[in-house]
Design a protein around this ligand. Structure first.
Ligand SMILES: [Zn+2]
Length: 160
């Protein structure tokens, strides 16, 4: 029972980080203008604001059938792929290491490797690249601390 609750919690953390990747990683790439931490989110084509529900990773893509609700332009599949790669990869890493703090550490290293590869592939953003990269990495610290804490709790409750 407890184990199931922890696994769901870990899954939601990975789900959230998958969504985060589209700002925290994609905003470091060529053509991005918004600061990585900005909560603003809008269609690159028509500028329509995207409300929180429609920022839900994967789900919003499916609900909107991959199109902007305002102008109907196709949303690049890359964002969806990135969400899935981060989410699934981090969760599998956690499972492989039985939700230990080591597993949490490796899954966050995996996130950083994905970030590095995406920036290499798409090119650096033109404005404030270094500063934004540092901010984006630092923004992971609270998530890492929280996930490591959940892993410690899991160890105490489920592994004795
Ligand atoms: Zn649009």
């Amino acid at each position: 029972m407890e184990r199931g609750i922890f696994i769901i919690a870990f899954f939601f953390i990975c789900f959230h980080l998958g969504g985060l990747a589209t700002t925290n990683i994609l905003r470091l790439t060529f053509g991005a203008k918004l600061p990585v931490l900005s909560s603003k989110c809008h269609c690159d084509h028509c500028g329509a604001a995207i409300t929180p529900f429609y920022q839900l990773p994967v789900i919003s893509y499916i609900v909107c059938k991959g199109k902007c609700r305002n102008c109907g332009i196709r949303i690049p599949k890359f964002g969806l792929m990135l969400e899935i790669i981060v989410m699934v990869g981090m969760f599998i890493t956690l499972v492989c290491f039985d939700f230990s703090v080591l597993g949490v550490t490796l899954s966050f290293i995996y996130y950083e490797v994905i970030r590095f590869l995406v920036v290499m592939k798409h090119g650096k953003r033109e404005m404030d690249f270094k500063k934004q990269y540092v901010i984006a990495v630092l923004a992971m610290v609270p998530f890492y601390a929280m996930t490591a804490f959940v892993a410690l709790l899991y160890g105490v409750v489920c592994k004795g």
